[in-house]
Design a binder for this molecule. Structure first.
Ligand code: AMP
Length: 561
């Protein structure tokens, strides 16, 4: 793919790296960028498909008109009653319920800027991110997993980190606004008038862990809308498409490859409360979805293993797209042989770039690659990361990405940006990939990673973030976090520790209590601890994580043999 566009200078405005003006013009001239805000484009979709079913959960079945009425009521009510103003940034801790779609879309319609934090985040991540983006509000789900989110909201409010909390679905908090009251107030008020700045941030998506300097992806109105439209277009979604989505909706994938493309296509999204296999199979039987835009390999494996699967007809599935993690070829074959599912693959990231298996591809493409970019203007390079030289087809190198919906820099993170983005605006993904020419076309396979991330069933754990917190334990002298292989989740988190002399070794339990006490999300807790007298060092004096990764992989193999 060519990479000769003029991307020379990157505009840096209040810490936000945006697209150079010439590039913006080019993307508009090519018809990718619509010159309209994201809520404006979504409003057009509501009007165009008013009578179709938009959203199904185990509690609601709303048409576009019904969803729009809720969204507009929330938008009007939140501005009329909470003190939030257009331009304010609002964080989320919401599970997969209808109110998540209403509050996210409602925030956009109110001119607020959603910061897509997850219900799975701990108090530490939420507070750090709130401070980093300067969030004024938090929307939280009171009945999520035994009410574990309310204490986080309470401490943020008490400490003055945010000044508005909206509590959704029961529960209450002194000083917080109630979702039902907002909706009721919004039904009576008049339509909002605001004029979003197209160069401003529409949505903040999260990438990476929250070390001292978080990586937050500023997604702009036109490019984020284009991302979703192009995904729907590349996959040929229509009003007859019924999307089943079981992962957290607020994650970039939930918004950019499920909710927003569904709305732009006039399709239906069936939101699963979680990714439990029985929940997914119940929805298969009840709703007959024909499109699964992101199935983690772990879910595909559980589907194969579930006895109930044998009695379900999966023949109506047109798109079963596995992604987020490397798919083993044996799993692809088993899906075909046992469940008659023709698997496709995708690769994507909060920073933008999506690749997907194109329509009609044969097994050589579907089984061995993640396909090709969804936009003809996407540019992918496979590069030797030490020299920056492009590599020939077939050779393993780092995947670099640039295009009409791939960010040019993280928000307020110059230090990360100089390492993660080239001067020409390419994002260095940290993933290792190869280009393959099959039938005259180029497709890519993802074959490794150079970034220190553990991909635990598509949930990402950043080694540095967890190490930093382990080192706050007074008895730990040194620590390294590495991926250990797991048959279902792909990888789990393993901690290598060096204890100070005379102290007792930490265990999975005691280390977990230390990290939870610091407010770290549960999915990031190490599931195995290995204590050593010292850790191997690389020739630049850093812990050689790769050596430890190989060691733990060997240990796991021996134990399983
Ligand atoms: P996120 O920003 O959380 O969506 O994570 C993006 C990262 O997930 C990528 O940079 C890859 O490391 C990983 N990833 C996504 N899709 C795949 C895939 N199909 N195969 C391997 N890794 C993947």
């Amino acid at each position: 793919m060519s990479h000769d566009l003029d991307h020379s200078s990157l505009a840096v405005d209040e810490g936000l790296v945006s697209y150079p003006a010439a590039v913006v013009e080019r993307y508009r001239a090519q018809g990718c960028w619509a010159g309209r805000s994201l809520p404006d484009q979504l409003a057009a979709a509501f009007t165009a498909h008013a009578d179709r079913v938009a959203l199904v959960t185990d509690e609601v079945r709303w048409t576009y008109a019904e969803l729009e009425a809720e969204v507009r009521a929330f938008a009007r009510g939140v501005i009329a009653t909470t003190g939030l103003r257009p331009g304010d940034r609002v964080m989320f801790q919401m599970g997969n319920v209808a109110e998540t779609a209403v509050t996210y879309l409602g925030a956009l319609f109110a001119g607020l800027v959603p910061v897509c934090t997850l219900a799975q985040h701990g108090s530490r991540e939420i507070e750090l991110l709130a401070r980093h983006v300067g969030a004024r509000g938090l929307i939280t789900q009171a009945d999520f997993r035994d009410g574990r989110l309310l204490p986080i909201a309470e401490s943020l409010l008490t400490d003055g980190v945010v000044d508005v909390v909206v509590v959704v679905r029961g529960g209450s908090l002194a000083g917080a606004a109630d979702y039902r009251e907002i909706i009721a107030a919004g039904r009576d008020s008049t339509e909002l008038e605001f004029d979003p700045d197209l160069a401003g941030v529409a949505v903040f998506q999260l990438s990476g862990g929250t070390t001292g300097l978080p990586k937050v992806a500023p997604r702009l109105h036109e490019e984020y809308a284009y991302n979703a439209r192009q995904w729907a277009a590349a996959l040929g979604w229509t009003q007859d498409t019924t999307v089943l989505y079981p992962l957290p909706l607020m994650h970039n994938a939930g918004i950019a490859l499920a909710l927003q493309p569904t709305l732009f296509a006039g399709a239906t999204i069936v939101l699963a409360a979680n990714a439990d296999i029985d929940v997914i199979l119940d929805l298969f039987e009840a709703e007959h979805p024909n499109t699964l835009p992101l199935v983690p390999p772990a879910v595909a494996i559980r589907l194969l293993e579930a006895p109930r699967s044998k009695n379900i007809d999966f023949g109506g599935i047109e798109q079963f797209i596995v992604g987020g993690q490397k798919l083993a070829i044996e799993v692809a074959r088993q899906l075909r042989d046992d469940l008659m599912i023709d698997v496709r693959q995708m690769f994507g990231m909060a920073e933008g770039m999506f690749l997907v298996t194109p329509d009609g591809a044969g097994e050589d493409v579907r089984f061995h690659t993640v396909g090709s970019p969804i936009s003809p203007l996407d540019e992918v390079r496979i590069v030797d990361p030490s020299t920056g030289q492009d590599l020939p087809e077939g050779e393993l190198g780092e995947l670099w990405a640039r295009g009409p919906y791939t960010i040019r820099g993280y928000y307020r993170a110059q230090q990360h940006n100089s390492g993660c983005f080239t001067d020409g605006g390419f994002y260095r993904t940290g993933d290792l990939a190869r280009a393959h020419r099959i039938g005259g076309e180029v497709y890519y396979s993802i074959d490794g990673r150079i970034k220190d991330v553990i991909n635990r069933g598509v949930e990402k754990v950043h080694a540095e973030e967890v190490e930093e917190l382990i080192l706050e334990h007074p008895e730990v002298e040194n620590a390294a976090i590495v991926a250990m292989p797991d048959a279902v989740l792909g990888e789990r988190v393993c901690a290598y520790l060096v204890m100070r002399s005379g102290t007792e070794a930490l265990t999975v339990d005691t280390l977990g209590r230390h990290l939870s006490g610091l407010g770290l999300a549960k999915y990031k807790l190490p599931e195995r601890v290995e204590v050593r007298d010292s850790l191997p060092l690389s020739n630049v004096g850093k812990v050689a994580r790769k050596e430890l990764r190989d060691e733990i992989a060997g240990l796991v193999r021996t134990e399983q043999a």
